[in-house]
Design a protein around this ligand. Structure first.
Ligand code: AMP
Length: 166
């Protein structure tokens, strides 16, 4: 039995120079149900209404977690994919900006926010603030991988669950 780490491929200089890309596809292929169970631990699911998954790898992981825990799933997508009415959040990248969108909620709810990799944290912060704008209280954030040396989420005491920490 291999550990989860042995199924993660580190690919230097992808998608651009200087980035070490964590490829989770071998892990999904070999250990999918265990990964989903691990990402669902240490969360009080009695306090959660829905899982919000961030496009695109957050869909694979978040949808499976929602199924495991008997919750509904909400997709958070890149700009222009969802029909109106949408709520948007634009955030800064190294070069330029990016925008996340979700369908406007009618009533308040409590959610778990899911993505594959937490790197600098820009995406997850934008996703959390978009949820807040959209009446969705973020009870926990669940990541498969936290590149802890690139962000301060732990020190800030944010409700982050991560399976693998580098
Ligand atoms: P960040 O906003 O810097 O935290 O980046 C998070 C987003 O970019 C996530 O949706 C990840 O899928 C992707 N990402 C960032 N860095 C990496 C990396 N080293 N390996 C794989 N995916 C990454």
């Amino acid at each position: 039995m291999h550990s989860f780490e042995s199924h993660i491929r580190s690919v230097p200089n992808f998608p651009k120079e200087g980035i070490v890309f964590k490829d989770i596809t071998p892990l999904l292929q070999e250990r999918f149900s265990e990964v989903i169970e691990a990402m669902s631990q240490n969360i009080d699911w009695s306090q959660v209404d829905y899982v919000v998954g961030i496009e695109a790898r957050g869909f694979i992981l978040g949808a499976a977690m929602a199924q495991l825990k008997g919750k509904g799933f909400i997709p958070m997508r890149k700009k222009g994919k969802l029909p109106p009415p949408v709520i948007a959040e634009t955030y800064q990248l190294e070069y330029g900006t990016d925008t996340l969108e979700m369908i406007m909620e009618q009533k308040p709810a409590r959610v778990v926010l899911v993505d594959d990799v937490l790197a600098t944290g820009g995406t997850l912060r934008a996703a959390a603030s978009l949820c807040a704008k959209n009446k969705l209280e973020v009870k926990a954030m669940s990541l498969l991988i936290n590149l802890t040396f690139l962000n301060k989420f732990k020190e800030e005491g944010l409700p982050v669950v991560s399976v693998l920490n580098y």
